[in-house]
Design a protein around this ligand. Sequence first.
Ligand SMILES: Cc1ncc(COP(=O)(O)O)c(C=O)c1O
Length: 456
Amino acid sequence: MTGGPDILASLSSIEKMDPDPYSGNLFTYVYETGDRKLREIQHKALNMFYDRNALDFTTFKSAAFFEKGIVRFAKSITHADESVLGTLTYGGTESILLTVKAARDLFRKKRGKDEVPEIVLPSSGHPSWEKGAEYFDLKLKVIPIDRESKKANLESLKSAINERTALVVASAPNFPYGTVDPVTDMGQITKDRKIPLHVDACVGGFILPYFEKLGEKIPKYDFQEEGVTSLSMDTHKYGYSLKGSSVLLFRNPEMKKYSNYINISWPSYIFVNTSILSSRSVGPMASAWTAINYLGNDGYLSLAKKVLSARNYLFKEMTKLGFRSTAPLESSILSLYNENIDVFGFVYGMQKRSWHLEVQKAIQDLVPYNVHMTLSPIHDKLSRAFIRAARETIASPQDPAFKKLMEGISTGDLTVLMTMVKEGNINAALLVKLLEQIPEESAKEMANEIVNEVFR
Ligand SMILES: Cc1ncc(COP(=O)(O)O)c(C=O)c1O
């Protein structure tokens, strides 16, 4: 391949491999507003600042400027007082990893390095907490959530914590069911014992405050709860910025220090990182700052109104099609089950109609298989089309290709699925069905093999 025009032509055809991220046909991966002007101005900001390196925020002062502005806004919507300090990371997972690292080092300061610190996580918590525990050598203790409320079980929390607990996690909301953990009660339990409590508001941080303004009953989850010691909230989710940014807030400046990395001993310059990555583009920070300044509180409120309207409409209409919610509706997430149909077939049929949905696991005594939807403002405009497609999918006979695939899965024959994954004909939703038939360790190994195959 030589020369510019060829490369551009190639890029145009590579682009067609993906679903259109602006279409509104996706859930979870993109948070689309449908506002073209917002997108354009953010891409401009990204381009203007992409080649600047936040590694040295004393040279590239724009990095510190954007970070401070974004953190200030995040604090203004989380009841944070002056003493709260923040860090801008490249995403929710990075905010979580940094929190785990800070909690571990705080624990070590108090109790030394001989004991293994523990994290207590409700089962609905995001996998990056386990990833953090693995990376930084902490022990993860998973506690159950209540069947009806889909929130952390407080009695289990009380029995799980001990003198080795370095961190307790609550979600606002959790990803699978969209419910907000009982942060007030959890904070009372942890505060008395001087245990840090982190609120993972990666999903909710930039939308729940506006849902509340719109009259939704949202349990208290932020710094107004004294027990909350840190909180993460993703600008690249409901902050509507381009991918690559999240905010991590610490109530105690001392804890923020444990998240910083400073090296003054290597032979070169004084090395300071406030995040896990070192060299990183200022572009995503510029994009996040632009989104916040373009939208402001009024913009976020009006986008939250659209999300709420889409959620309520879709829930009402999906109920008519036999779906039920796995949990009380407390956020912008729907998780819906339908015991009269095969939800895998439903998701497959919807994908054929260009709607990309996820299937979540069935868990005994907790939930049947369910369909997951993270709603974006653009869905308000598209919700009628979605329901038409859903109605059509349910009324249509099962696709023979789907039948063949499911037969392959039930006999453990991976080849059909592998071919489809490789050809890009299927998303990962059906892997749930396949992998659950195999003991967990082997399933993990198999998933790992599939990943290697995909990238071969
Ligand atoms: C509750 C929660 N926390 C953290 C994350 C991780 O965010 P990211 O994908 O930006 O790393 C997610 C992602 O969906 C999430 O739902």
